[in-house]
Design a protein around this ligand. Structure first.
Ligand SMILES: *[C@@H]1O[C@H](CO)[C@@H](O)[C@H](O)[C@H]1NC(C)=O
Ligand SMILES: *[C@@H]1O[C@H](CO)[C@@H](O)[C@H](O)[C@H]1NC(C)=O
Ligand SMILES: *[C@@H]1O[C@H](CO)[C@@H](O)[C@H](O)[C@H]1NC(C)=O
Ligand SMILES: *[C@@H]1O[C@H](CO)[C@@H](O)[C@H](O)[C@H]1NC(C)=O
Ligand SMILES: *[C@@H]1O[C@H](CO)[C@@H](O)[C@H](O)[C@H]1NC(C)=O
Length: 442
């Protein structure tokens, strides 16, 4: 019994890996999965044993060697005009039993989550003829059953109300562990000792390129799902977050007078998929990225406590945690492996997200380790740093941060929203964003 479940699980994981390779292969070959024909040119060679596969794959996708995508810093973008409507807001009452917390979200956004999953299904259908999703429907609930209680029960409740199969909701929640590309910035207004935290959330890389519209299919489906959440306990606000409806972890969160927190993906197929595999095979001491942040937002009361939790817990996948506090100097980027952690704190010559920088009033984190140069075909760090330095420490605020995050290619076709946060006041502004051509795919 045990053995056959395991064999099934192994098969499922191989399917996931296969899916990834095929999806990537399609993206690399011609960017249009639906109309692939049998006499396609051979796909680029993808070596799964190389730790830095993502690097090689992105290279194949074709960003040119000399990057023309940075054409100077945006200056007049804030306050934004002609924006998409603001995200809907919901209360999540933590005093309710987990099954009942997401009722309103499920009722009002369930259709849109379904549409997004159907789009993914259609996409994989064209590659697998439906077999993958039959595996998802059969095996993801098994995976879901192993999740810690509040998360399992919250997803079960959402599934019941929205009619979305439980397994697909679990898959939907897994996806954010693996495919989130972003830029986060922490900046200190030294004159007033205020810390600002801002981020772009870019999502949908490789999940279907619409060659006709020049858009990422998944990204298009995600924009309407952006919502603002206020988590309450005892009728008091505990924290706020920006979520995609249907996702119950935290990628962007703000706890007034305590800390702000964002997650950026750290590419590493070994960590991601092997982490899921470890989980399935019984290593339950490791935590999901977005569930750890949810726990931290709910239960940590200070910057130091949050930092300790984010540094020490074993994780399913590698990640960058970007954490800001209320007091001067309380800002750091935590680079996580599954078990290891590197902490880069603001100050001490660590400005700009790199060691030995002269600017010690801000940190920038994209999707690359601060001790390495970002690759030339995905360098959002340099434009962000250039623009931060241009605004300078006297102009720290929502306006300058919004301008930096609206600068191409920091702003790109994967960008779904920009969030601006200020911990001391508890302000959180969210703008749903759509980068029109000329604009880079990532
Ligand atoms: C999926 O494909 C079917 C058939 O091609 C189409 O009717 C449907 O609209 C597609 N759904 C999505 C969400 O793209
Ligand atoms: C592509 O663009 C057309 C025309 O603007 C629009 O009607 C259609 O909905 C778009 N497709 C997607 C998947 O966004
Ligand atoms: C929250 O407020 C409602 C109505 O004001 C009240 O009935 C309920 O007991 C309160 N809950 C808690 C946990 O204080
Ligand atoms: C936060 O702590 C409470 C009380 O110990 C616990 O019931 C809850 O599950 C925790 N939240 C998370 C997300 O772990
Ligand atoms: C940074 O500064 C330290 C101390 O001055 C020096 O030892 C180190 O080599 C420098 N690192 C880089 C990358 O310049």
């Amino acid at each position: 019994m045990q053995t056959s479940t395991r064999r099934g699980n192994m098969r499922f994981v191989s399917y996931c890996l296969l899916l990834l390779v095929v999806v990537l292969g399609v993206a690399c070959s011609n960017g249009d999965g639906a109309r692939r024909v049998s006499n396609d040119p051979p796909r680029p060679h993808v070596d799964l044993n190389d730790g830095d596969v993502a690097t090689d794959i992105l290279k194949v996708f074709g960003r040119p060697a000399t990057d023309p995508s940075f054409l100077g810093c945006e200056t007049g973008a804030y306050p934004p005009t002609n924006t998409l409507p603001p995200p809907d807001e919901y209360l999540i009452n933590l005093d309710l039993p987990p099954e009942y917390r997401w009722v309103q979200v499920a009722e009002e956004k369930g259709m849109l989550v379904s549409a997004m999953l159907n789009n993914l299904k259609n996409y994989t259908l064209s590659l697998f003829g439906g077999e993958l999703f039959s595996y998802v429907d059969a095996l993801m609930p098994l995976l879901g059953r192993t999740l810690p209680p509040p998360f399992r029960d919250e997803m079960r409740g959402m599934s019941e109300i929205s009619g979305i199969p439980f397994g697909e909701l679990v898959l939907y929640n897994v996806f954010y562990e693996l495919f989130t590309v972003c830029t986060s910035i922490l900046a200190q207004d030294t004159a007033n000792d205020l810390l600002f935290h801002a981020r772009n959330l870019d999502f949908g890389l490789f999940l279907g390129w619409d060659a006709k519209n020049q858009t990422w299919l998944t990204t298009e489906f995600l924009r309407p799902l952006v919502i603002k959440l206020t988590f309450t306990r005892g009728n008091r606000t505990i924290f706020q977050s920006v979520n995609f409806a249907g996702y119950i972890g935290i990628l962007t969160g703000l706890k007034k007078d305590a800390f702000s927190l964002t997650i950026n993906e750290r590419f590493n197929i070994k960590g991601g998929f092997f982490g899921v595999l470890e989980w399935i095979l019984g290593k339950k001491d490791i935590k999901w990225l977005g569930f750890l942040t949810r726990e931290v937002m709910e239960n940590a009361t200070s910057y130091e406590e949050a930092k300790a939790l984010l540094t020490k817990s074993a994780l399913l996948a590698p990640a960058y945690y970007i954490l800001g506090g209320v007091r001067p100097g309380q800002a750091c980027v935590i680079t996580r492996g599954q078990r290891k952690a590197d902490v880069l704190s603001l100050g001490l010559g660590n400005g700009g997200g790199q060691k030995n920088s002269s600017s010690n009033w801000y940190l920038v984190q994209t999707n690359y380790d601060h001790w390495k140069e970002p690759p030339f075909w995905d360098d959002r760090r340099k434009p962000a740093i250039t623009c931060m330095d241009k605004f300078g420490p006297k102009e720290v605020g929502f306006s300058s941060l919004y301008n930096v995050l609206s600068t191409r290619p920091v702003f790109n076709k994967l960008t779904t929203y920009t969030a601006l946060m200020q911990v001391a006041t508890g302000e959180m502004e969210i703008y749903i964003k759509d980068c029109h051509s000329p604009c880079w795919p990532w």
